[in-house]
Design a protein. Structure first.
Length: 208
C-alpha cells in the first residue's frame, strides 16, 4: 500500500476522496499546530476539479459528497478550535515554540479587535494560517458561543463551497484540467496569500 502524505492534496484525494476532505479541513480549521501543516485551499480546489466529468472522463469524485464533507469539516473544525481555545487555549499558545503560530495568533487577535467578531470570523477563513488559529484565539478571548457559531459557520460554508465550486466550474469548462493540478495548486497558494499580504501592507502603511 502506498504511503499517504497528509500535506499533499493529490495524495489525500487519491487515497480517501471526499472523506479525506472532511478530515483535513476539520484539522486545518482549528487544531492549532496540527492544522498548520495541512492543505486547505490547495485541497478544496483540486477536489472540485476532480468532481468535473468530461465526455471522455467520468468524474473521479462526487460533487455533492465533496461539498458536504467540506462544509461539515469546516464548521465542525471551527467549533472544535473554539472549544480548545475556551478550555486552555492561551496556555497552549504560550507553550508553543513555533514563531509562525504565535505570529498568526497575534494577527487573529488583532483582526477580531479591528473588525468585530462577525466580520473577522468570515474574513479569517480566507487567510491561510490565520484560519487555523482564529477559532482557538476566539475561544481564549471569550467570544460568545452563539456569535462564534453563527459567523464561523457562515465563513466556513462560504469559503469551502466557493473553492470547491470554483474548481468544479473550471474543471468542467477546460478539458484535461486535472492533468495540471500541481500548477493549479501553486496558483491557488499564491491567490490565497493575497489577503494576508494586503493586510500586512495596510498595517505597514498605517504605522507610517
Amino acid at each position: 500500500m502506498t504511503a499517504v502524505n497528509p500535506m499533499n492534496s493529490a495524495s489525500v484525494l487519491a487515497a480517501f476522496g471526499a472523506l479525506g476532505v472532511l478530515v483535513v479541513i476539520f484539522a486545518e480549521s482549528g487544531l492549532l499546530v496540527v492544522g498548520f501543516f495541512l492543505p486547505g485551499d490547495t485541497l478544496l480546489f483540486p477536489a472540485g476539479v476532480l468532481c468535473a466529468g468530461t465526455a471522455h472522463q467520468p468524474p473521479r469524485l462526487a460533487l455533492w459528497q465533496v461539498l458536504l464533507c467540506a462544509a461539515v469539516g469546516a464548521v465542525a473544525g471551527g467549533q472544535a478550535g473554539y472549544l480548545i481555545g475556551r478550555h486552555g487555549g492561551r496556555a497552549l499558545l504560550a507553550r508553543t515554540s513555533s514563531r509562525r503560530v504565535k505570529t498568526a495568533a497575534a494577527r487573529a487577535e488583532e483582526l477580531l479587535a479591528r473588525y468585530g467578531y462577525g466580520k473577522a470570523l468570515v474574513i479569517g477563513r480566507f487567510v491561510p494560517f490565520l484560519r487555523t488559529v482564529l477559532h482557538p484565539v476566539a475561544g481564549a478571548l471569550g467570544v460568545p458561543v452563539r456569535t462564534l457559531t453563527l459567523w464561523q459557520s457562515v465563513g466556513g460554508v462560504v469559503w469551502s463551497q466557493a473553492l470547491v465550486l470554483a474548481g468544479y466550474s473550471l474543471g468542467a469548462s477546460v478539458p484535461h484540467l486535472d492533468d495540471y493540478l500541481l500548477p493549479l495548486v501553486a496558483v491557488v497558494v499564491v491567490v490565497s496569500m493575497l489577503p494576508l499580504l494586503i493586510e500586512a501592507w495596510r498595517g505597514r502603511r498605517e504605522r507610517r
